[in-house]
Design a protein around this ligand. Sequence first.
Ligand code: SAH
Ligand code: SF4
Length: 351
Amino acid sequence: MASLSRSDIIKILKSSDPDIFNELLNTADRTRQEYCGDKVYLRGLIEFSSYCECNCLYCGLRKNNQGLKRYHLSNEEIIALAMQAFKLGYQSICLQSGETKKAENLDFLVKITEKIKDLSQKADSTGLGLGITLCIGELNYQEYKRLWDAGAHRYLLRIESSDPVLFRKIHPPSQSYEKRLECLHALKDIGFQLGTGVMIGLPGQTAENLCSDLEFFQHENIDMLGMGPYIPHHAAPLSRSKDKQNIDPYTAALKMIALSRLLMPDINIVNSTALQSINPEGLNMGLRAGANIVMPVLTPKDIRSDYYLYEKKKHQSPISLIREIQNAGFTPGLWEWGDPIHYFKKNKLSS
Ligand code: SAH
Ligand code: SF4
């Protein structure tokens, strides 16, 4: 299966044959089992700020959306949530926010990262503490390096679409494809476990585009993948695009997870909240398709709906999410980092 050609992949992506779909998911399921076992690792997601200086055309957090209530959690609140994740045995958190170029915000995050590392290591009999993933957008090399030195070791920055033409259509001119690539390369160079991904079902996106996305992930030698369906947001201009949505985002997202598992068997693949939001079977099916990471949202309930990236975002309690993982026949990977095997192999390190 790993020798799938470009035309095989496009054929699978375009096919509406349920037998092809089922065979794809079953093969991916076996591959995940062989390389990663049945464990699903948890990343407690802390959406710590909804302020954003960017204007991505698809996103509800975009700066020009004045209908959104903005919040920024305090130092103490973020640390308390991180330690809650630690007590629940998640062993990893993901700090996510809108993008900001303000120096004081970076200083704030560097301090928080150091503090969370320190507190969780002291509370952990193994001394390991929490693994910290960041998902805070584009910064420069020195800024990424400061976050790495502070103790973060994974970074998620989606390319959104690997096709420069489509990338340009969904971003304002101030955001460039080249800059995004430069950021991904800086992160890799520093040593971060590198995660990227795309949205699936964007207006104008084709099966050929998605196939190129898979080639892009392989070419960039990524360690982690976080893809999800595109879900329109009424306050984001892309929701009024005249370009046709050629692709059914739900089945295409499942196929993309499965194809990624076949092509990159030892990376970590996220089962996105967006996938769980567009279909009640999203979690179950995404895991079956080969995903092995889930990100329970720890953002406080009273502000969770203000982190409004897209419509109908699913809010599920971490406890019911874990129950659902178990009901789907998987084992929540508690008390371990669950780093991607690929990272250690490519750097010839022992995990
Ligand atoms: N500001 C950071 C992190 C928050 S946004 C960043 O941009 O990297 C995290 C992800 O949300 C983005 O990468 C994007 O792929 C996803 N997203 C935003 N709007 C979306 C939408 N309408 N549908 C699906 N995913 C969306
Ligand atoms: Fe901001 Fe990220 Fe949304 Fe773009 S995708 S507007 S950077 S929060």
